[in-house]
Design a protein around this ligand. Structure first.
Ligand SMILES: [Zn+2]
Length: 512
């Protein structure tokens, strides 16, 4: 076996969601080890650390959580009971979970190609965290020299240097100070949010932040991305329009936010690029064009899901309904269907949404069956991703979430990372599906609910999870196992999808 102990290539971050699942990877008992040197550019730190190749068949190299904290000179908090490591890097709290691939920070989660490992009583972090993730989440820079076995850490030279907010009577002006002119673009596609993308911008998130609401601005946060900086401005509901322009030879970005009746702000602005736009009204939906639908039959393989009356297993029913749904949709409409699994094979929760993202799906529908201690519980429920509203919702989420080897603690997952972009559409789709299933099939309607389902986290599209019925209820179970009922359920789901698509098409037409 080769023991190259080379770091993962930089820039491979985007490939994270495309990487195949780490099937058949085993953790090595006596892993190949190499001593590296970690130094800070300012000379504060010069440490020797042991990097280990913990996984057989993969060349990813790991650094111990304790070493990582030491070389970054940050606080470390390890919870052995749930095998979570929290590092306080600058103002951020980054959470790693053994067995999981996500690094959860203040604003978002980033996927690693390789899960966090467990070795000698602590968490070991893939080196790609240092090379690819840390520079994205913070103002720190990392250079890795595999030849010299050396990691050099530094601070990025920032060019987005400060933030001022000034409030007038009906206006709030936000200024971003730059040390050089930079191009930028303002994205207003999210209700009550303006996202300023500064090309070539480099910032320290601590500099560009607002502690408390000021005028029409509720909150400002910022973060570093590869090649650009993002500043997110959350607006008061009173804000009706904004104007963005460059001032001071392009070294100031000005956002003028106004509270006024909607009329066009007169052109032109004296110099620099400028954009005048009206904030989207409440009713404007995101553009969702339903062409490709990913159907996800819940569970599979050794992970059977819930087991109900007479040994009926969830994974079989979800697959049967999914296959029917595929047949119906492909026959009926110009909708393309992709199944996350077409046979009784195991598939991790993360891989399911990753597949949907990779396939460019416009909808993600995960099919499940319920189970409950009280055999009287019955009926159909549809969920979209949001913090659980009730103890029941939370309970269902917990049950469905247990299928990963190291189920992620959903409290650590920021549910709204991606899905809140589509929360309106997901809720609409959930309503449509729930109504169809309950009415067409005459099932007790338990309603549309919100809960934190792992399988829905990370889907870049409207996503719902349907609980078709209770395996633990005699009536529901006899329906669920009946092939004709399965087909009727699939028909109802297909109707709902077609209806949802029509609604989205109408919305798009209106917004033209
Ligand atoms: Zn399930």
């Amino acid at each position: 076996m080769t023991t190259a102990l080379a770091p993962a290539p930089a820039g491979a971050q985007n490939a994270a969601s495309l990487a195949p699942p780490p099937a058949g990877i085993t953790q090595l008992d006596s892993p190949p080890t190499a001593t590296w040197r970690a130094l800070h550019a300012d000379g504060r730190v010069d440490t020797r650390i042991e990097l280990k190749q913990l996984l057989g068949g993969r060349e990813e190299v790991f650094v111990a959580g304790s070493d990582l904290a030491e070389i970054l000179q940050v606080g470390r908090f390890w919870r052995p009971d749930v095998r979570k490591l929290v590092l306080r890097v600058d103002d951020q709290r980054l959470t790693f979970t053994v067995g999981a691939r996500s690094v959860v920070g203040a604003q978002r989660a980033i996927l690693l190609r390789t899960p966090v490992a467990f070795h000698e009583g602590q968490a070991w972090i893939p080196l790609e965290f240092l090379t690819d993730v840390l520079p994205e989440l913070t103002a720190r820079t990392v250079e890795v020299d595999p030849e010299q076995r050396r990691i050099t850490l530094g601070q990025r030279r920032v060019n987005v240097t400060g933030l001022d907010i000034r409030r007038g009577e009906d206006t709030t002006e936000l200024r971003l100070r730059l040390s050089e002119p930079l191009a930028f673009r303002v994205d207003d596609s999210r209700l009550h949010d303006l996202v300023i993308k500064i090309y070539g911008g480099a910032l320290d998130p601590r500099d560009i932040a607002l502690g408390q609401p000021q005028g029409l601005v509720n909150d400002v946060t910022s973060r570093q991305e590869k090649g650009f900086a993002l500043v997110e401005v959350s607006l008061s509901e009173l804000a009706t329009r904004y104007q963005s322009l460059a001032e001071d030879e392009g070294t100031t970005i000005l956002l003028r936010i106004e509270q006024a009746p909607v009329t066009l702000i007169p052109d032109p602005v004296p110099r620099g690029p400028h954009i005048v736009q009206t904030l989207p009204p409440e009713s404007r939906g995101r553009e969702v064009n339903v062409r490709r639908v990913v159907i996800d039959p819940g569970h599979g393989g050794t992970e059977v899901g819930a087991v109900g009356v007479g040994g009926l297993v969830e994974k079989d029913i979800t697959l049967a309904v999914a296959l029917q749904l595929e047949r119906i949709l492909e026959r009926r409409e110009d909708i393309e269907v992709v199944l996350t699994r077409t046979d009784d094979s195991f598939l991790g929760l993360v891989e399911r949404t990753e597949m949907a993202n990779r396939e460019g799906a416009d909808l993600f529908i995960s099919l499940h069956c319920n189970a409950w201690a009280d055999p009287r519980a019955r009926g159909v429920e549809t969920y979209f991703l949001a913090p659980a509203k009730s103890e029941w919702d939370a309970q269902v989420a917990r049950t469905e979430n247990t299928s990963t080897a190291a189920a992620e603690d959903l409290d650590f997952i920021l549910w709204d990372l991606v899905q809140n972009l589509y929360i309106q559409e997901s809720a609409t789709l959930a309503e449509e599906v729930q109504t169809r299933l309950a009415e067409d099939l005459g099932l007790p309607n338990r309603g549309v609910k919100q809960a934190g389902f792992r399988v829905l986290v990370g889907a870049f599209m409207p996503a719902i999870l349907v609980e078709l019925g209770f395996l633990t209820n005699d009536d529901d179970a006899s329906r669920l196992r009946d092939e004709r009922w399965q087909r009727d359920a699939a028909e109802a789901l297909a109707d709902a999808i077609v209806e949802f698509r029509a609604r989205m098409d109408a919305l798009r037409e209106r917004s033209r």
